[in-house]
Design a binder for this molecule. Structure first.
Ligand code: NDP
Length: 306
C-alpha cells in the first residue's frame, strides 16, 4: 500500500508532492486528465510569485513545479479521481480508468472551478463565444468586440489581456465596488480599448451558432441589448468538493474545514490544501504554502501511525 495520494496538481498539490517526496513518502499525484497544472496553466504572466523578479509565465511555473516534484520521486498519474473512500485507515481512490489506488493518507488539493452566470444559453454557447479563459480563447476575437463580466482581479486580467486581440472590450460589473486590487483596476481603467459599464447584470445571451449579443439589466430593472462577439465570464470560482462532500466536513463558505492553521480535515489521515480550503486569499503562493503544510501534516500523521 502507498503512503500518500495527492489529488490535484495546482500549486498546492505539486508543493505537497515536492515536500512529501523529499520526506521519502513516494507520493502519487492524480493530476486530472484534462487540466493538469491547475488554473495557472490558463494564465499568462505571473508577476507576484516570489523568486521571479521579471515574472514567469503561469504554464512555465507549473511545469517547473511538476519537474521539481518528479525529480524527488513523486509519481504522476494523468487521470481523474472519480470516487473516493476516505473513512478508515485505508483510503481508496478510484481513477477514471477504473484502477483503485490505496494509501494510508490523502491530500485533497482539488482547487476551485469557475462560477457560471446561470443563464439558459450559457452552456449552449460555451465554446461558441462564451468562455472562461481569455488566455485560451482570446486569439479567436481578433478585431472583434468582446465583454468581460466581473469586478475582481480575474476580470481585470482577462480584459487587459483581451485588448491584445479585440478592438473593443466592455468590462461589465454589477456594482461600482470592485474587488480587484488597485493596481490591476487602474491598469484596466487606463486602457483606451476597455470601456467600463457598471451597475449592470448580464441576463441573457443571444446567438444561434455563436454569440451575437447580450442583454444587460440595469439596477432600475430596465434592459438593453449589447452587440458583442464574445463573452468572458470572470466572476470568481467555487471550491471543487463534489468528490468528497458527503464525508468531509465543509465550512459555510463551501471550502473544506480544516483544524486551525493545520491541513487536518474531520477525517484522520485526510488533509486538504490550496483553494479548496481557502475562501479568502486564493493566491498561487498561499496555495503552495498550504501544500507544504499538508505534506508536513501527512508526514507527521504517517510517522505517528507506524
Ligand atoms: P473575486 O471573488 O475576487 O471576484 C469576483 C467578482 O465577480 C466580483 O466582482 C463579484 O461581484 C463578481 N460576481 C460574482 N458572482 C457574480 C454573478 N453571479 N454575476 C455577476 N458578477 C458576479 O474572484 P476573482 O476570480 O476575480 O479572483 C479570485 C482570487 O484570485 C482573488 O484573491 C484575486 O486577487 C486572485 N487573482 C489574482 C490575480 C493576480 O494577482 N494576477 C489574477 C486573478 C485573480 P461582487 O463584488 O458584487 O460580489
Amino acid at each position: 500500500m502507498r503512503d500518500l495520494i495527492i489529488i490535484g496538481s495546482g500549486p498546492a498539490g505539486y508543493t505537497a508532492a515536492i515536500y512529501a517526496a523529499r520526506a521519502d513518502l513516494k507520493p502519487v499525484v492524480i493530476t486530472s486528465s484534462v487540466e493538469m497544472g491547475g488554473d495557472l496553466m490558463k494564465t499568462t504572466e505571473v508577476d507576484n510569485f516570489p523568486g521571479f523578479p521579471e515574472g514567469v509565465m503561469g504554464p512555465e511555473l507549473m511545469m517547473n513545479m511538476q519537474a521539481q516534484a518528479e525529480r524527488f520521486g513523486a509519481e504522476l498519474i494523468f487521470d481523474d479521481a472519480v470516487s473516493v473512500e476516505l473513512e478508515g485507515p485505508v483510503k481508496k481512490v478510484t481513477l477514471g480508468n477504473g484502477d483503485v489506488l490505496e494509501a494510508r493518507a490523502v491530500i485533497l488539493s482539488t482547487g476551485s472551478e469557475y462560477r457560471r452566470l446561470g443563464l439558459d444559453d450559457e452552456a449552449r454557447l460555451s465554446g461558441f463565444g462564451v468562455s472562461w479563459c481569455a488566455t485560451c480563447d482570446g486569439a479567436f476575437f481578433r478585431k472583434r468586440t468582446v465583454a468581460v463580466v466581473g469586478g475582481g482581479d480575474s476580470a481585470m486580467e482577462e480584459a487587459t489581456f483581451l485588448t491584445r486581440f479585440a478592438d473593443k472590450v466592455y468590462l461589465l460589473h454589477r456594482s461600482d465596488n470592485f474587488r480587484a486590487s488597485p493596481a490591476m483596476l487602474s491598469r484596466a481603467k487606463a486602457d483606451a480599448k476597455i470601456e467600463f459599464v457598471t451597475g449592470v447584470t448580464v441576463t441573457g445571451i443571444q446567438g444561434t451558432d455563436a454569440v451575437s449579443g447580450i442583454t444587460l439589466t440595469e439596477t432600475d430593472g430596465s434592459t438593453r441589448e449589447l452587440a458583442i462577439d464574445g463573452l468572458f465570464v470572470a466572476i470568481g470560482a467555487d471550491p471543487r468538493t463534489a468528490l468528497f462532500a458527503d464525508t468531509v466536513t465543509l465550512t459555510e463558505a463551501g471550502t473544506v474545514a480544516v483544524d486551525g492553521r493545520s491541513s487536518r480535515t474531520n477525517l484522520a489521515g485526510v488533509f486538504a490544501a490550496g483553494d479548496v480550503i481557502d475562501p479568502t486569499y486564493r493566491q498561487a503562493i498561499t496555495a503552495a504554502g498550504s501544500g507544504a503544510v499538508a505534506a508536513l501534516d501527512a508526514q507527521h500523521y504517517l510517522e505517528s501511525a507506524h
